[in-house]
Design a protein around this ligand. Structure first.
Ligand SMILES: C/C(=C\COP(=O)(O)O)CCC[C@H](C)CCC[C@H](C)CCCC(C)C
Ligand SMILES: Nc1ccn([C@@H]2O[C@H](COP(=O)(O)OP(=O)(O)O)[C@@H](O)[C@H]2O)c(=O)n1
Length: 261
């Protein structure tokens, strides 16, 4: 059952704007602008050396997924709303391909979302990330816990694993010297908490119903599975931005099905 879409503000300007473009177009425009602004903001912070480039990348990694998911209620209740939402990751896919392949240059984008400042990096982690966003919106959208949990694990879990592990992860994993116990713990805790938070958010808005007496235990198992996949040494073969959401989708599907009970 879908909740009533929050009404647009009733000021004359916003009513005029709302009349000139339909609500789904307005949401698409707003969220697309938000994505562009997020990258630009971290470019400015990196440029001014207020944020390290490696931290900038990870914060953009966390915030873009979380803010994108949080924006989903802005889109209408129409059956086609997910396609309007999908325009945002689609445009960012095109952007990453355009600049990653060198057709045009965008130093701001490269500096805020790559490790070493090379445009080719846009075609790996960032591109996989945005493709996964596109798939989650089209396949699962806001009325399935699977997409919500998968996006939470990829953006929040994997993001904080890096942020915390890079800074405090001196004690490495015995089977993967590139990853640490602290980083994996951060992955589990942040992925679990963000998933629970976002499930509450969409449940509160009426898009899903959650039976917390069962959901908490299932969420622990999903977070454990995602953490296990993130820490095994397959990053050279499969990027975390592919392996973590795929593993989460599988386990969440097995445990939750398509409802959050
Ligand atoms: C830096 C990113 C991924 C790299 O991950 P990793 O390899 O370090 O693990 C994220 C790239 C984000 C992309 C440039 C912009 C995506 C925007 C998103 C589709 C919509 C966000 C909207 C919201 C309102 C800010
Ligand atoms: N479980 C983890 C994950 C990352 N990390 C730290 O974060 C750094 C980057 O992690 P990563 O290779 O997963 O980064 P991305 O591939 O997600 O960009 C690692 O080199 C570690 O220093 C960690 O200590 N423990």
């Amino acid at each position: 059952m879908a909740a009533a879409r929050p009404a647009l503000p009733s000021s004359p300007t916003s009513l005029l704007l709302a009349r000139s473009i339909s609500a789904p177009d307005l949401a698409t425009l707003l969220v697309t602008a938000g994505a562009y602004s997020l990258v630009r903001a971290f470019d400015a912070l990196t440029e001014r050396r207020l944020v390290q480039q490696s931290l900038s990348r990870k914060v953009v990694h966390v915030l873009s997924g979380v803010f994108f998911m949080a924006s989903w209620p802005l889109f209408s209740n129409s059956t086609g709303a997910r396609f309007f939402a999908a325009v945002v990751p689609f445009l960012n896919c095109a952007r990453l391909l355009t600049y990653g392949l060198g057709f045009y240059s965008d130093e701001a984008l490269v500096k805020s979302v790559t490790r070493e400042g090379k445009r080719e990096e846009l075609l790996r982690g960032p591109l996989y990330y945005v493709i996964v966003l596109l798939i989650i919106v089209l396949v699962f959208w806001r009325d399935s816990p699977i997409g919500i949990i998968s996006l939470s694990m990829m953006s929040g879990g994997d993001g904080f694993a890096d942020i915390v592990g890079r800074r405090f992860g001196s004690l490495k994993l015995p089977f993967n010297d590139k990853k640490s116990w602290v980083g994996s713990a951060a992955m589990f805790i942040s992925g679990f908490l963000l998933s629970a938070l976002m499930l509450s958010y969409f449940s509160w808005l009426g898009y899903i119903q959650v039976s917390w007496d069962q959901a908490i235990g299932k969420l622990v198992l999903v977070a454990l599975a995602a953490t296990a996949v993130e820490c095994i040494p397959v990053t050279d073969v499969v990027d975390d931005n592919i392996s973590v959401p795929l593993a989460t989708m599988l386990v969440a599907f097995l445990l939750f099905g398509n409802t959050a009970h």
